[in-house]
Every structure is written in C-alpha cells, then in structure tokens.
Write a protein that binds this ligand. Structure first.
Ligand SMILES: Cc1cc2nc3c(=O)[nH]c(=O)nc-3n(C[C@H](O)[C@H](O)[C@H](O)COP(=O)(O)OP(=O)(O)OC[C@H]3O[C@@H](n4cnc5c(N)ncnc54)[C@H](O)[C@@H]3O)c2cc1C
Length: 291
C-alpha cells in the first residue's frame, strides 16, 4: 500500500527543522532512518501531513566521549554502534545490543535516537540505555531540556517528547573503570524482535556493587527497569545468593503476556535466567578491571 500524500521537507539546518515542526505540530513527523516510520505510513497506521527528514543536516552523527559521558547524536545508526570500539570496550551493554538489532539492512539505516522516539516495547536500545542510566536531550524552537530515560517511555509507542521536539542527543554516564555489562536477547530467529531481552550494567567499588542497572525488553508495555532487583544489588557483594535474589526480583517485576513468541511463564523464566547470566558476565568483566 502507498502512504497518503504528505509534504516532504529536507532542511539543511536543525533550526529550520525545528521551525517546521513548530509550524505543523502534531501533523509533522521527523524522519531519521525510516525503518519504523515508513512501514507505519505504508500500512496507514501513521499519516503525517509533513515529513521532516533530518538526514541532510550535518554534524548529527557524533558518537564520542565528552564531558565525562558518551554522547550519541540523532543520526548515529545501529551499524555505527555495532562497529564502535568504544562501545564494545567501555559501554559493553550497548556494544552487545547493537549487533542483535534486526538484520544488516535495518542496522545500516535505523538510528538509536529514532528507536527511542519510536518507543517500541520490543526495542532493544531502550533497555540497554535504561540499564546504563542514559538521558535524552530534546530540542525545540524554545530551547533544550534533558529527560532521564526513566521518565521518557510513557507506554507502548508513547514518550515524553512533544510533537515540536527532536531528540538531539543521548547521553550515557561514564561507567567508570571497574564496570561491565551485557545485553542478552532471545529471538525466534536471527533478525526477529525480542521474545525477551535483558540489559545488565554493573559498576563495582571495593569489591561491592556501586551501581547496578537492569532493564527488560518485550515483557511490559514499555522498556522497563527492574528497580527492586537493582536495589537488592546496591552495596552488596556479588555472591550466588545475591545474584539469585536479583534474578528472581527481575522476573517478578516483568509483566509479560502470552503471545506467538511464548507464554508469560516462559518469558518470566527467561528473564530470571538471563538476569543471572548477565550479572555473572558483567561481574566477571568488572572484576578483571579491579585487578
Ligand atoms: C524488519 C525490521 C526489524 C526490526 N527489528 C528490530 C529489532 O530486533 N530490535 C529493535 O530494537 N528494533 C528493530 N527494528 C526497528 C529499528 O531499530 C528502527 O530503526 C528504529 O525503531 C527506528 O529508528 P529509525 O531511525 O529508523 O526511525 P524512523 O523510522 O525514522 O522514526 C521512528 C519514529 O521516531 C521518530 N523520530 C526519529 N528520530 C527522531 C528524533 N531524532 N527526534 C524525535 N523523533 C524522532 C519519528 O518521527 C517516528 O515517529 C526493526 C525494524 C524493521 C523494519
């Protein structure tokens, strides 16, 4: 099916893009990688009057550490993350998530910021970035504001973004040297959305957990943090009992449903097993750095 008619804008500057959004409000949509928006338009689930294509704006594809955090620009593609040494080394939760997103065609075009703005509960970046304590910079013609990712996802395909705002940056705090993390994803076949995904991030100090981040994909109406599990880890020494307790709490926090990918009980058990496995892998990496 063809999408309904729309006006197409391809501004060369961010200010211009923001003023078009200001003009059209709810009737406009930003186009980044187009991997979610175009299918929705073709199916006529979305019918914006105006498309604001940001791909011709230069300088939006930065992926670098600056001011003590990782900065991800709005045109950073999944592929860029997959190939980044920085992510595979210091930000392993993100580095492990990137190659598990769909297939190479989607990864060539899809963006991290677009994935967050799309807010699919089965999106992988949402959980990986929640576990790492990321925040989003949202800009409009009136200026910029920072939204912690914990406040960003409101429900399925719904975020705290105003229609006039563009995600202009994702910030991820420096995890520190004694840290580790991973992203584990169960999919029915390569390229599928997650049946279950679990993102884990740990920072250690003096052998105990200084900070823990655990977030779940595909088992709630939005990417969610497993806060009780994180709380059980804070300040604890990571022994088998602590890991098992955190994994149980993460599974209890999940709100899965039966669907074609599996039953709710099955998904809950996968959350438990992946949380345990993820914590062991993250702890091993963090302890290596401690030696
Ligand atoms: C076959 C297929 C399989 C997929 N499998 C997976 C998967 O396994 N895991 C996964 O996580 N994702 C998967 N995806 C989704 C993919 O990751 C998309 O790339 C991503 O969800 C959206 O990014 P995009 O840049 O393509 O955004 P677009 O499609 O361009 O936009 C999506 C939405 O976000 C808005 N938007 C985009 N950028 C911004 C911005 N900077 N500021 C404000 N709003 C913005 C748009 O207006 C639109 O509403 C899959 C997609 C396809 C087609």
């Amino acid at each position: 099916m063809y999408p309904p008619r729309f006006e197409y804008f391809a501004p060369a500057a961010l200010d211009e893009a923001l003023s078009i959004l200001e003009r059209y409000g709810d009737d406009a949509k930003v186009l980044a990688g187009g991997q979610s928006l175009i299918p929705l338009m073709k199916l006529r689930f979305a019918a914006p009057r105006a498309i604001v294509d940001i791909n011709r704006i230069s300088g939006l594809d930065f992926l670098e550490e600056e001011d003590g955090s990782l900065q991800i620009g709005p045109l950073v593609r999944h592929k860029h993350c997959e190939q980044s040494d920085l992510l595979s080394d210091r930000y392993a939760t993100l580095g492990d998530a990137a190659p598990q997103i769909s297939d190479p065609i989607v990864r060539n075009l899809g963006t991290v910021a677009g994935s967050l703005a799309h807010a699919d509960p089965q999106g992988d970046w949402g959980s990986a970035l929640l576990a790492m304590g990321a925040e989003v910079e949202a800009s409009s013609s009136d200026g910029s504001r920072t939204i912690p990712l914990t406040d960003f996802f409101k429900g399925p395909f719904t975020t705290a973004l105003e229609p006039t705002e563009i995600v202009t940056r994702v910030r991820v705090p420096d995890p520190g040297v004694r840290s580790g993390g991973t992203y584990l994803k169960l999919e029915r076949k390569v390229g599928d959305f997650a049946t279950v995904g679990v993102a884990v991030h740990l920072s250690l100090a003096n052998g105990s957990v200084d900070h823990a981040g655990i977030a779940l994909t595909g088992v709630a109406p939005r990417n969610m943090r497993a806060s009780a599990a994180e709380g059980a880890l804070a300040g604890a020494e990571l022994d088998d009992e602590v890991i098992a307790t955190a994994a149980r709490l993460a599974a209890e926090a999940a709100e899965p449903h039966d669907d074609i990918r599996g039953t709710a009980d099955y998904k809950r058990s996968v959350v438990r097993v992946f949380t345990e496995r993820g914590l062991r892998k993250a702890a091993e990496a963090a302890r290596k750095e401690e030696r």
